[in-house]
Design a protein around this ligand. Structure first.
Ligand SMILES: [Zn+2]
Length: 196
């Protein structure tokens, strides 16, 4: 059998719902609540990836394909074959990284990608829902903070971009989730950490 680098990770998808999204989730983050109605397709990839000199270990994309009819049909057959449907979001994780990183680092990575899986807002800032289906209108959400350390160092947090001040305040508080809690909640994800 040819070893292809990509493999669906259904158990990771189940685990991330149970850990962070579901009502009873032990590490529930209220910012993920709209994802209870989202179809999430998770993939492992064993190929290292990088962008602008930084290694990329996780990726969140809207599962939409733009291309000609046959290419789209091929893509839908592949994705649908993996997940039984076309997901709203595709989340890809570096299997090699997940294999060696700590539980806490993996949880942080997964939540980072889940936070990109956003819900669009209307012009008044209220979450948008599809008027026909009642489902949230999904879209990729950017980072809360996009700033250079140098700017904060030289001009202070008050002159930094976007929500930098909120980030600094959060950094100055003890983390809500401690390492010990994560080890317990991540027990099941060990099963998913086999390289394809
Ligand atoms: Zn990101």
């Amino acid at each position: 059998m040819t070893a292809f680098p990509v493999e669906p990770a259904h158990d990771v998808a189940d685990w991330m719902r149970a850990a962070f999204i579901d009502e009873e989730a032990p590490l529930l983050n209220e910012e993920h609540i709209h994802l209870r109605d989202a179809r999430l397709g998770v993939l492992w990839c064993s190929l290292p990836n990088e962008r602008q000199g930084n290694s990329v270990v996780g990726l969140c994309e809207e599962a939409t394909f733009i291309g000609n009819r046959w290419a789209k049909a091929r893509w839908e057959q592949q994705i649908g074959g993996w997940f039984g449907e076309i997901p709203d979001f595709l989340l890809t994780f570096d299997a090699g990284y997940a294999d060696q990183c700590s539980d806490a680092a993996f949880c942080a990575l997964v939540e980072h990608e889940l936070l990109h899986a956003g819900q669009k807002k209307d012009k008044w800032g209220a979450p948008r829902f599809n008027s026909q289906t009642g489902r949230p209108v999904f879209g990729i959400r950017g980072h809360d903070v996009e700033e250079f350390v140098s700017v904060v160092a030289r001009y202070g947090v008050g002159n930094a971009a976007g929500r930098t001040r909120a980030l600094v305040e959060a950094a100055n508080r003890p983390p809500i989730i401690c390492e010990a809690d994560i080890a317990g909640a991540c027990g099941t994800c060990g099963r998913g950490l086999t390289k394809p």
